[in-house]
Design a protein. Sequence first.
Length: 721
Amino acid sequence: MKRKPVSLLLLLLFLLSANHRLLAEDGYRLWQRYEQVQDAARLQAYRQALNELVVQGNSPTLTVAQQELQTGLSSLLGQPLAAVKSPTKQNILVAGTPSGSALVKELATAARLKPLGEEGYLLLTTAKDGKQYTVIAANTDIGVLYGSFHFLRLLQTQQDIGKLSLASSPKIKHRVLNHWDNLDRTVERGYSGFSLWDWHRLPGYIDQRYLDYARANASVGINGTVLTNVNANALVLTQDYLKKVAALADAFRPYGLKVYLTARFSAPIEIGGLKTADPLDPQVQAWWKQKADEIYTLIPDFGGFLVKANSEGQPGPQNYGRTHADGANMLADAVAPHKGIVMWRAFVYSEDEPDDRAKQAYNEFKPLDGQFRDNVLVQVKNGAIDFQPREPFHPLFGAMPKTPLMLELQITQEYLGQGTTLAYLSPMYKETLASDTYAKGKGTTVAKVVDGSVDKHRLTGIAGVANIGTDRNWTGHQFGQANWYSFGRLAWDHALSPEAIADEWIKMTFTGEQEFVAPVKNMMMNSHEAVVNYMTPLGLHHIMGWSHHYGPGPWIKDKHRADWTSVYYHRADEKGIGFDRTASGSNAVNQYFPPVAKEFGSLKRCPEKYLLWFHHVDWDHQVNSGRTLWNELCYRYSSGVDSVRQMQKTWDSLEGMVDRERFSHVKQFLAIQEQEAAWWRDACLLYFQTFSKRPIPQDLEKPAHTLDYYMSLDPQFVPGI
Ligand code: GCV
């Protein structure tokens, strides 16, 4: 009788370890789950190579690197890994810098390390005095942390670590998240709960989530975070809030994550008691200098400011007849003595009726090339309108050779189905990065402009508007995590392929079993195109609902600004559809370098994915498939819905291969997505049909409701506004 509870306990333990899928998972652990390696041969090889961990030196960053390696590896190997200061065993993992560790100095050649800079690292297998070493070496402690995460990733994805000789360093210097978080904890365009920053409890309370957030960012090499919304609140620059910001900066520092703030241009008036915020006014300049000094006293490694000025109602230098360069330079001078930077956004468009909104940033910023201080980056969205499901690359890339341009991508899915849509965005990011600007001839890709290699800039940057919030799984949709992850991975190395990134994310987040990885990867790789098809195929853009940007609204018109309506962008009429941006229209194509302008400007040569972005096309125009434009539109919309249904089938077929909680989460979200996809298709086709006056092809599913019904839908309290 006495032995019964023990055997029951053993049985339970056995069941749980034999089938870990019985355990619920909520996604909190992201891609850092460190599940025990399943492949027996690999596990044995890992156990053999990694008998103990040697980390010499004890800075806060090395301490977190050691903790991560020790807990991560113990869990991956299914056995404890001891950490010691000098080797006692035969097969040793060593992590450190040559200046902090005599062992690393002996094992890693300086010649290989030096070119890796401040953040790069070396992973190396080597032998010395009869001992086998696996070495994680870097010039700095943060390089060691990045190398440690890379090493853990190798085991998480079950790679061979037997003969390592791998060097890695980031191609872009500032890899920054932009949080559009308000001080009241709402998040503009945020679909995963509220802001992580619990301002009320700061600086006294450091939530464990802050550390886990920093860890996750470090694991993909993200090294900066702008805590506040670009639609800025000056209050964050007051002493009370700066102390809270300093507490966050202290928590993030060991992980190499610098904090930045958005600077409200009118702050000198709002919190400084001045009468003006004119950037050429000496009192205003002195106010910002003093403010910068105050910030750096509290946060010695403060990154700098991100600014949205004279855009969508934000104040800026133009309020005083000054230029964007005048404004940026004033702030740049204030932070320069502290080595801070200014990221000045080029997302601007005039309050007045524009001839084409797509042309405005270029028209305003290109003439300012060469006028910015050395510590200013001009931050440019991937496309010229606003994070549409698909946009051709922004014509500013390549057009301002004397100014470092920072690429701004959106991770949060404002126009991509928001919180309930599975859209893996890596292919979209890559599409922009790989676009050829032809600025200095063939091969001058956006990636090469941004990484500084084209115009020899040392100051380089990339930003991603964060999709992270208080939801237990961080990103609302389980698969939203993949977009955070892939932003970081591409920011570090834009040469990586979206497939490879998806592959590692799936293995770390779910399981390494090929029967799961292959179909899920396929699903992810097709998901962005599916969304483009059922929302804005063939280059359509900006046809979403009013204000909340959720759901279709191609009929939106007659608002106080023409360029906030849908009809302004699709220009559908009885003849055809699309925005003529060629010489016969707004001539926006002319902002591109000639080879690109020729391609985009030619109805024949324009890539079909951008067709209606650049051309007003007749309904009966024959497209590549041989169909008329109208029929093609119908097929594209329908194929988008079909792709979602295919994703549902794929996911259903994988039941049992992941834990129930995440399986069910994704399944339910896919069902919502299917309804949303059909809603987009039906609403858009019925609306455009009022112009085309052509039937929806017989073999396609017919809309479930009338156009009036779709036009009457008015979802309330959509999150993220
Ligand atoms: C933060 C779009 C969004 C706004 C956002 C703006 C920007 O217009 O809808 O919410 O404001 O872009 O990037 O500044």
